[in-house]
Ligand binder design. Sequence first.
Ligand SMILES: Nc1ncnc2c1ncn2[C@@H]1O[C@H](COP(=O)(O)OP(=O)(O)O)[C@@H](O)[C@H]1O
Ligand SMILES: [Mg+2]
Length: 249
Amino acid sequence: MTSAIFLDNVSISYGETPITHDISLDIAEGESFALVGESGSGKTTVLRAIAGLAPEWTGTIRLLGEKRGHGVDRASVKACQMVFQDPYGSLHPRKTVDTVLSEPLAIHGIGNRGERVEEMLRAVGLDRRFRFRFPHQMSGGQRQRVAIARALMLEPKVLLLDEPTSALDVSVQAEILNLLKRLKREQKLTYLLVTHNLPVVSFLCDRLAVMRHGRVVEVARVVQLRSGDFSDPYARELYAASGGESVSV
Ligand SMILES: Nc1ncnc2c1ncn2[C@@H]1O[C@H](COP(=O)(O)OP(=O)(O)O)[C@@H](O)[C@H]1O
Ligand SMILES: [Mg+2]
């Protein structure tokens, strides 16, 4: 079976500064895979390279079997989309939801835009009254629903999610996680999800990789999260710090 996301010895740098070292990952189609690890370990950088937003890297990145180049290109944009951590910053303040959701369709020459926008709003649990709202007229959770909708407009197979709930109130986090779980099932998506939150990993993911100082130090199945069965000392530490048990969301 083709991998959805395949990285072989990917080393990413910003200018002269190396950020990640020899990252190798093989994520199957339909799998949900988490990247965890301390702040600054390079998790966001890995997602950015996969999305074509970090131009300086060596190694191989394949998306759905296709080798990707260093920039943003049409085929990879259609295959793979990223949802950013901060729904406040990621939506343009002067664009309506309608504009934000129609844009990718217009760029890719896809018609029936109004209908598709309304259909997607429904899919992310927003009624049609939201279609002509601006970001400041919505709550954080509603904005993140719009950001998720935008990512799904081109019907990608792969979604890169960078701490998609960490900027939200605790009460709203569960709603967004439930939404992501439902969308994954309905649209047969593959997720690569960055999170600090181990309960989120157990709720949504099949496997996880632990990153530290720009390297993957452990890849484990989520069932190991339940037993704390890690070989890497840092991964064990992280598990202990999480309270050593999975919490249902
Ligand atoms: N645009 C950038 N230019 C230079 N350095 C960056 C840039 N973005 C991130 N970094 C650095 O790369 C390292 C990894 O950052 P990041 O991938 O954001 O980590 P994480 O998401 O795990 O917290 C950090 O040391 C950070 O300071
Ligand atoms: Mg980050």
